[in-house]
Structure formats: C-alpha cells, structure tokens
Design a protein around this ligand. Structure first.
Ligand SMILES: NC(=O)c1ccc[n+]([C@@H]2O[C@H](COP(=O)([O-])OP(=O)(O)OC[C@H]3O[C@@H](n4cnc5c(N)ncnc54)[C@H](O)[C@@H]3O)[C@@H](O)[C@H]2O)c1
Length: 449
C-alpha cells in the first residue's frame, strides 16, 4: 500500500475543497463526517466566516452538521491557497458558467488550478468536480498543474469525478448517490476511487477523465432533451385539448422503457441550461453540430414566453389587460424545494411581464430577494423582495403564476383566494376552489383562437 492509500485507510489523509458552494459544502461536511480532516477554501469571505462559525448557508446542509464538524476540529475554512499545503487530496468545485456567447468560461477552474500549481506537493491527488466539456482535465488543468515542475501520474495524481448533487432532494444526498471517477492513469483512478469510496456508496470507474466528463454531460443532456420533449408535447396538448399530466401518469404505468419527465415553465439552475452548451461548443472543434442539444434549448427557452402569453390571454379573458394587471409570481427558485434561483425561468417570466407593462411581485419562502435584469434584454438590474403569501396578497393579484411548486406552499389556500392562476407545474391539479386555473400542458379553459 502506498503512503496515500495508507493515509486514506487510517483517516489521517487531509482533504481540501476549493469552492464551498452547493457542491463543495456538502462534500466538505461529508468527508468531515466520515472522519477526515477537511480544509475548505473559498474566495467568498462570508462563506468562510459562516463555515468557521459552524453555520450552513446551503439549504440542504444542516448547521448542526457543520457545527459538529467544526467543533470536532475536522472542518475549517479559509481564503488562502497556502492552506492547500496541509492537504493530501484537493477537490475543485468552482463554478463553470458560460460567457455572453454561450462559450465555456473556465476562468474559475483556471484560478483554482493556478492556485494549486504553485503549491503542489509530490503525492497530492487533485480531483476536478466542476461540470465541464470532455478534455478539460487533460487539456486545460493538467498543463497548468505541470507548470509546477511535477509530473502527473508520477509525482502527483489527477482525476475527474462528476458531481451529482440534487438540491432540494430529500431522498438522494452525497452519501447515497453513486459516483463516477476517471483518472489520468490507472493509479490516479485507483487513488480517486479509494478516497471517494469512503463517502459514496458505490464508485464507478471509467477509463479516462474525458469519459467521466462526458458521463456528466450525458446525464444533463438526457434531462434537457426529455424535458424539451414533454414541453413541446405540452404546447400541442393545450391546442388539442388533452391533459398531458394525465397522459404522463398513464404512460408511467409501463414498467419498462419509459421514464416520466414533466413540462414546466422552462429549465433553470446551474446545470441543465448551461452544461449542454459546453459540449456543443467543444463539438465544433470536431466539425460536429449537436442538433438535439440546440433543439432542446430552443424548446425549453420558449417556455417562459409561452407562460407569459398564457397569463396575457387568461387576463384578457377575465377582462383585464396585462398592462394594467397585478401579477404575483409564486416561486422564483429554478425548481421546487430549493433556494437556488440561478438562471431560473422566473427571471425571464418576470422580465417579460414587466416589459408588457404588468405590475409584478413575487413570493418564495426560500428566496427573500430576487434580482431581475442584467441580461442582454434588460441591462439594468433591479431587486424585488419576496412578499408573504397572505390571503390579502392572493386576493389582490389579478393573476398568480406558479413557477416553482415548493412543497412548503399551501396550494389549497392559493386556489381558495386567487381569482386567476396560471399553474406551470401542476401544483393545483387535485385542488378545487373558486379560482380559474390555466395549467401548462392541459386543455385551456377558453378558446385560443
Ligand atoms: N449546484 C448543483 O446542483 C450542481 C450539480 C452538479 C454539478 N454542479 C457543478 O459543480 C460546480 C460548482 O457548482 P456550485 O453549484 O457548487 O457553484 P456555487 O456557485 O454554489 O459554488 C462555487 C463556489 O466557488 C467559489 N469560488 C469561485 N472561484 C473560486 C476560486 N478561484 N477559489 C476558491 N473558491 C472559488 C465561489 O465563491 C462559490 O462559493 C459547477 O461546475 C456546477 O456546474 C453543480
């Protein structure tokens, strides 16, 4: 057994986590709970301070767990990359957004890799976890790390292991979701596997970092394409007077060969609207055009526009023009039960409503403030504050648009008090009340023509 493997076995290995966000914090807390000393590194001083005080700032991570790890001396955080000198394994969990032209922005990975390179020690294992295009670990991270003068696979070890965290999911967490890993060499893979298996229930080994990078993109593109498929069928179903939600329930009784996906207001978050572009960008280097990815993006990006059209039509049926209406958006997180509002379809919906002259407010139990604007359509940012979902607020709205179907919201109250609802996620399906309800993917309660 080499020195690294021995340190993993006796839990004396110290784990560094760069980027303490939705991905990095659960990982850091998980390894601390598994008995390892963990050093978190983040450029955000607020996160560093919160973690050192034992406070969680991520909904799915309990403050009690952070506090227990900090008090046990197994978890601490800082902003200085010199801290990495104390670690044996380093996870990179920094953002991978795209730029204005939807090209990959690897600036954060570059900063992290450079920060590691100048301090890299023989024997250290570096695992990239940020979602990215196939080839990033070998073509981008490896050369930066080798500027240290150390040779990968020989002096230090390098692997890619995609992240599968699902914010807001009560069933699947870091500890019960299998993990994929692919190293630069067989030894890199084996060291990655040895470490990951301490936390994850099963570690699936692939032959290279690029296979691991591609597996993550396959998972997300699979979701994006299937969501687009049901979104397209939702538009057709509305016209044909068919309830697609009922159809999906029926199709889902087939025990093989079918997996349910549901229509909605569009896609959001840090993954589904972003990651597929990483692959379509890379594909062009190979004279290849990823048509499914583009088509899915096109359909999914149409949905916020469709939702606003539904709001306008429903209000007009009720004798209220959109430009004089008060619209309450219910849920601005990118999906139910999470506080993550990045790239949420609510953003485009609110912008379009404002552009068409509506008076817009929102309520979201998990998102107290919400930024709209700051994109090519609306260069001026503005902040909205969540209002309480009272009977008065519901009654005062000419239309309530349900965008994220949080479990914590009382939809019975919504159908009791709101006069008109546009429900994009079928949250009101089994409820009845005096409200008029228009559901995405269901027969419209009025003629569209
Ligand atoms: N959030 C998810 O559900 C999810 C799921 C799977 C994969 N991913 C991927 O994981 C990666 C991280 O996503 P996230 O949601 O945790 O992002 P996040 O924005 O929540 O967290 C990233 C953290 O990195 C920090 N950071 C940025 N630059 C840094 C630097 N140079 N040094 C140290 N810290 C730095 C930021 O301050 C932030 O705290 C992305 O590639 C994302 O696509 C995210």
């Amino acid at each position: 057994m080499d020195a690294f493997a021995a340190k993993i076995a006796d839990k004396s290995a110290r784990v560094g986590v760069i980027g303490l966000g939705y991905v990095g914090l659960p990982l850091a807390v998980g390894f601390a709970r598994a008995g390892y000393g963990v050093l978190g590194l983040d450029v955000d001083e607020h996160k560093v301070a919160a973690l050192n005080e034992g406070r969680s700032y991520i909904q799915d991570v309990e403050s009690d767990d952070v506090m227990a790890a900090v008090q046990a001396g197994r978890l601490s955080a800082g902003s200085d990359y010199d801290l990495l000198g104390q670690t044996d394994a380093i996870f990179i969990c920094v953002p991978t957004p795209f730029d204005a032209m939807k090209a990959p922005d690897l600036a954060y990975i570059e900063q992290a890799a450079k920060g590691i390179a100048t301090r890299l020690k023989p024997g250290q294992l570096v695992i990239l976890q940020s979602t990215t295009y196939p080839g990033t670990t070998e073509e981008f991270v490896l050369p930066i790390l080798e500027e240290s003068g150390l040779k990968a696979g020989q002096d230090f070890y390098l692997a890619f292991s995609p992240e599968r965290i699902n914010p807001g999911d009560r069933q699947y967490s870091v500890e019960n979701t299998p993990k994929v890993v692919g190293g630069l060499t067989a030894h890199c893979t084996e060291l990655g596997r040895l470490l990951l298996v301490q936390l994850f229930p099963h570690v699936h080994v692939v032959s290279s970092p690029r296979a691991a990078e591609m597996s993550k993109l396959l998972e997300n593109i699979f979701r994006s394409v299937n969501i687009a498929l049901v979104n397209e069928l939702a538009l057709l179903s509305e016209r044909m007077g068919i309830d697609l939600w009922e159809v999906i329930e029926a199709a889902k009784t087939k025990p093989f060969g079918f997996m349910p996906f549901y229509p909605g207001p569009g896609v959001g978050g840090h993954c589904i609207p972003v990651d597929p572009y990483y692959l379509s960008w890379k594909a062009r280097e190979y004279d290849f055009y990823t048509k499914f990815i583009e088509l899915a993006a096109e359909v999914n990006q149409t949905m916020p526009y469709h939702v606003v059209d539904l709001v306008g039509q429903a209000l007009s049926q009720a004798g209220k023009p959109l430009d004089r209406a008060r619209v309450l958006v219910l849920g601005v997180a990118f999906k139910r039960n999470t506080d993550d509002a990045r790239n949420s379809p609510a953003e485009r919906i609110i912008e379009l409503l404002l552009r068409r002259g509506a008076q817009v407010s929102y309520s979201d139990p998990f998102v107290p403030r919400y930024r709209v604007g700051c994109d090519v359509f609306h260069p001026t940012e503005r902040w909205l504050e969540s209002i309480d979902l009272t009977d008065q607020a519901l009654a005062a709205a000419d239309c309530v648009v349900i965008v994220a179907g949080h479990r914590a919201v009382d939809y019975a109250q919504v159908v009791r008090r709101a006069s008109l609802i546009v429900d994009t996620v079928n949250a009101t399906a089994s409820l009845s009340g005096p409200s008029r309800v228009v559901r995405v993917g269901a027969p419209l309660p009025y003629s569209e023509t």
